[in-house]
Design a binder for this molecule. Structure first.
Ligand SMILES: NC(=O)c1ccc[n+]([C@@H]2O[C@H](COP(=O)([O-])OP(=O)(O)OC[C@H]3O[C@@H](n4cnc5c(N)ncnc54)[C@H](O)[C@@H]3O)[C@@H](O)[C@H]2O)c1
Length: 249
């Protein structure tokens, strides 16, 4: 019997592939037989990871810089899978959110995703490829003081559905909406906003998920692997929470 969830012979580009969910996805995809392109601004971390993995290479570019995205894709002759994972956070309600911060979080989480998708699409149309966008529960429900961030993740969900409607037979496009996942993204948030009450905030973050813990990056990566595998051939335009029961409550 054929082993399910394999990506042998496929080439995948993962934005933000050097850290957290992106890193776990690069590891999972490489383990499933894919050739992985780690796309990140953090060159040293990306190169270190690429050395550990089979069939991995690095493209160092900022997804918000159209010329850099275009140049990076000029060096790629074929692509089967795109994981739009790179993203940044922003804490604050509407009154606490400055225009530069609002524009910055949109620039990375939405405009960057748009640019990478735009330049990847010709390749994905040829390969009948697959896109996985990393959204968030914050795009599905309100989360206290995540005004700008939630808006970007709502846009990621809308973009997912739009692409699935525009290219229903040519490519598959799906979105993962994680709850809080144990990555440097969350650790950075804790240090930036709650350095004086780390343990209290950590336990609040755990309690936010009814299952009582944070997700692990590998758990998100394995859903991305499923979405890109042949076994998910009927999954199109889906928006899938993976959140320890947060959005079920
Ligand atoms: N960690 C969580 O709790 C959580 C929950 C829901 C959704 N998400 C989403 O998952 C994705 C990954 O988050 P993570 O927790 O793994 O974050 P992370 O900070 O660990 O990794 C993000 C990676 O993206 C890269 N990156 C950031 N901006 C970039 C840019 N402009 N161009 C290229 N690379 C860039 C960073 O260098 C980093 O390697 C994000 O889209 C985030 O919004 C995270």
């Amino acid at each position: 019997m054929k082993t399910p969830f394999r990506l042998d012979g496929r080439r995948a580009l993962i934005t933000g592939g050097a850290s957290g969910i992106g890193e776990a996805t690069a590891r999972a995809f490489s383990g499933a037989g894919a050739e992985v392109i780690i796309a990140d601004v953090d060159e040293s971390r990306a190169r270190k990871l690429a050395q550990e993995l089979d069939r991995a290479s690095v493209r160092c570019f900022d997804i918000t810089d159209e010329a850099a995205v275009k140049n990076a894709f000029a060096t790629i002759d074929r692509l089967d899978i795109l994981v739009n994972n790179a993203g940044i956070g922003l804490v604050g309600d509407v009154t606490e959110t400055s225009l530069p911060d609002f524009e910055r979080v949109f620039r990375v989480n939405v405009t960057g995703l748009f640019l990478v998708t735009k330049y990847a699409l010709p390749h994905l149309l040829i390969s009948n490829g697959s896109i996985v966008n990393i959204g968030s529960v914050a795009g599905l429900i309100g989360v206290k003081r995540r005004f700008g961030y939630s808006a970007t993740k709502g846009a990621v969900i809308a973009i997912t559905r739009q692409l699935a409607v525009d290219y229903p037979k040519q490519i598959r496009v799906n979105c993962i909406c994680p709850g809080t996942v144990d990555t440097p993204f969350v650790e950075g948030y804790l240090q930036k906003y709650h350095a004086d009450e780390l343990e209290k905030t950590r336990s609040e973050l755990n309690a936010r998920q009814p299952s009582g813990r944070l997700g692990q990056p590998e758990e998100i990566a394995n859903l991305a692997l499923y979405m890109c595998s042949e076994e998910a051939a009927f999954m199109q335009g889906s928006v899938v929470p993976i959140d320890g029961g947060w959005t079920a409550a």
